[in-house]
Write a protein that binds this ligand. Sequence first.
Ligand code: ASP
Length: 305
Amino acid sequence: MGKYVMLIHGGAVTTDPSSITPEKEAALKEGLEAALQGGWEILNRGGTALDAVEAAVMSMENNELFNAGRGGMFTLNGDVETESSIMDGATLRGGAVSGLKFIKNPVALARLVMEKCKHTFLTAEGAHEFALAQGLTLQDPSYFKTDEQREEWLEILQDAEKKSANGHDTVGAVALDQHGNLACATSTGGIEGKLRGRVGDSCIYGGGSYANNEVCAASCTGDGEIIMLAACAHEVYALRKYQKLSIEKAARGAVEVYADKLQGDRGIIALDPEGNIALESNTNVFRRAYRVEEEEPFVDIWMKK
Ligand code: ASP
């Protein structure tokens, strides 16, 4: 059995450090640790990378501190609309969903799309219909709306300047299992003050997520509009495959690619088939955690600039 590695993120953002109190930092780290542990245990007992990334992302979707599932950011209309994608590096199959308002765990629906649907991406009403057909129960929209996000939303409505601020913090995971398979999953409530129907990079293959056993698995976070235009997750793949860069340099390259024209926050976690790790961002905050086999887990939210 080969090396196994679990690597997750809970979003990258450029923000005033004082906006994250020590209590919030501790709670975020606890949430990251729990998600990491959930995924890591699956890998540790010989489970699949796909199950591990799904479990880790579900844990953060269920934790209202993260902007995915419960705790997702509001659209300007006051709804929570979520999206997610998952990709299997062994088969290159994927499942993606967007425009969700009633799905507790978007990543679980993305997995069902991957495994049970003839398509690779479902959105809005069709995605909900498919969820029902697969036996998922719909969640009351009030479940997703937390007081913290409601307050943010009210502030945005009242303050024109904040309307263009891009607060965000998606969740994602990449894993290498003992069978040598890579997988990735990403899930988000999107960005602050988004319009109804806005779709981000988290559900876009090659934008916010990409996995291919031969080369890498990557999950991105940051300003979705520019991440998908820079095709950041696929850029990690391309730099490693064609320029033979290390995974760390490939992820750095993807954080920087066309950064002059496509300005905004970018954060990327990535793994190569040998289990080498990359955690790169251009932000001061990047909530992230990893654990390699039985080694001590790493958890942090600050980036050294
Ligand atoms: N990338 C996400 C989006 O644009 C937001 C984030 O990563 O925080 O929807």
